[in-house]
Design a protein. Structure first.
Length: 282
């Protein structure tokens, strides 16, 4: 009998990623959901670190004024002198002026601080306001294989900038009933951006997070998600574990903090599944 995965579908045999002989140009991916607390930042950090393990060069972009991504890789907000806010608002500031290394060799970050909250208002008067991030990241594309953008929990101008700059979107989604209600609004926004600003934009997949297979509720939400979205839902599911919080406090990806944990294994599996999907559409 074929073993069913947590999504209720048979788990596919995902091949090992093909080693790279050179780097770039990067695929740009927005980690997006207007609902907060669904695992966007956790997924950005740990998917990035897992992709590095498979030989990819990764750039993380913190586009959330809360700066959780920057803190999550161990940066002190008080020591960040230039950030994504400066990059977006000052024509003379480039990505190279603000890029910082992380503890993971091969993974860098463009950090954010609370000042970024002001960019939403200031960008309104800019010509080509939806394209600012795309223009700034263009020069970084040859340096990396993957650029992951951690979006703020809203569908405002910063998120539209991320979607306009991206090739694709990953939607982390808590396996909880209320999380389902916002998916239609998010996908409508993605479709509007695709039609008006970025015709190449696609959804890589919906990722079930904070899954607890012991509860009927989690299983029912996952079943509903698969019924509505089919193969768009990743086979990989991120289960709820305190290890993620511990890793965040330590300022490390879970692949480093607890390398043998179920969380680390899940994100490595997600990295393989994501790379397989990209290979399929390439």
């Amino acid at each position: 009998m074929t073993e069913l995965g947590p999504t209720g579908r048979p788990m596919p045999n995902i091949p090992e990623p093909t080693p790279l002989t050179s780097h770039g140009p990067a695929r740009v991916v927005a980690m997006c959901n207007q609902k907060g607390g669904v695992g966007k930042t956790t997924t950005t950090i740990n998917l990035g670190a897992s992709l590095v393990e498979f030989g990819r060069r990764v750039l993380l972009v913190d586009l959330d004024p809360q700066g959780s991504l920057s803190v999550g890789v161990g940066l002190d907000p008080n020591e960040i002198e230039v950030s994504t806010y400066d990059m977006l608002m000052d024509s003379d500031v480039t990505w190279k002026d603000i890029v910082r290394p992380t503890s993971i060799d091969g993974m860098d970050i463009l950090p954010a601080v609370i000042d970024l909250a002001g960019a939403e208002i200031q960008l309104v008067t800019e010509v080509g306001r939806e394209q600012v991030l795309k223009d700034k990241l263009t020069e970084a594309l040859p340096e990396y294989d993957v650029i992951l953008i951690d979006c703020q929990p809203s569908l405002g101008l910063l998120t539209v900038n991320a979607l306009t700059a991206s090739d694709s979107v990953i939607v982390p989604l808590e396996t909880e009933y209320f999380a389902l209600r916002g998916v239609a609004l998010l996908t409508d926004t993605i479709e509007r951006v695709r039609k008006r600003l970025n015709p190449k934009l696609v959804i890589d997949g919906l990722l079930g997070t904070m899954f607890d297979g012991r509860t009927l509720h989690s299983r029912e939400v996952m079943a509903t998600l698969v019924q509505a979205w089919g193969d768009t839902v990743f086979h990989t599911v991120i289960r709820r574990t305190v290890k993620f919080s511990d890793a965040t406090v330590a300022g490390e990806p879970i692949t480093e903090f607890a390398s043998d944990s179920t969380g680390a294994t899940a994100y490595r599996q997600l990295a393989k599944e994501v790379l397989a999907r990209w290979q399929h559409v390439a």
